[in-house]
Design a protein around this ligand. Structure first.
Ligand SMILES: [Zn+2]
Length: 160
């Protein structure tokens, strides 16, 4: 039922990841969408400034927590091209965002980043983190129809 909307916002997160690369950062982007379907905020990786912790989803969740009330955040969905890592899932949880949609798994990302020292990818399903919490976070993903596009973006970037 969500599928077409999910794909539309995931496509935007993929475009933001391209923008991040043009700005000298890593290929990750994220979009926060309200219950009504409006884009509330967008986020990009900012490795060149924040180094390792400069992930798109963490940047977006922190900015959203400053800007919106908890009710809005509880009903919002964060879209990200790649499954959130432990830090990002934690920040999304603490920001009280209600749902997460991702395109490609972190496991697949780890195959693509290989031994690149700038992205020592973990291998942990974000559902493990969300399921350990005291409040529910809905998760949808991966989306196989987008995986090749996202994988190509990372294949082109990382020095494996
Ligand atoms: Zn992350």
């Amino acid at each position: 039922m969500h599928r077409n909307t999910d794909i539309k916002h995931l496509e935007r997160s993929i475009s933001l990841a391209d923008e991040a690369v043009k700005e000298g950062n890593h290929p990750f982007g994220a979009v926060l969408v309200s219950e009504a379907g409006d884009v509330l905020l967008e986020g990009k990786n900012n490795f060149s400034f924040d180094r390792g912790p400069g992930h798109a989803e963490t940047n977006l969740a922190r900015a959203a927590a400053r800007k919106f009330d908890v009710e809005t955040l509880n009903k919002a969905t964060l879209y990200t091209s790649v499954e959130p890592c432990s830090m990002c899932a934690g920040t999304i949880y603490w920001a009280e965002i209600g749902a997460v949609v991702f395109g490609m798994t972190e496991h697949r990302l780890g195959e693509l980043t290989g031994e690149d020292p700038e992205n020592q990818t973990q291998d942990l399903e974000c559902r493990v983190i969300f399921n350990s919490g005291r409040r529910p976070v809905e998760v949808r993903g991966p989306f196989p129809e987008l995986e090749e596009k996202i994988a190509a973006q990372h294949q082109a970037y990382w020095k494996t």
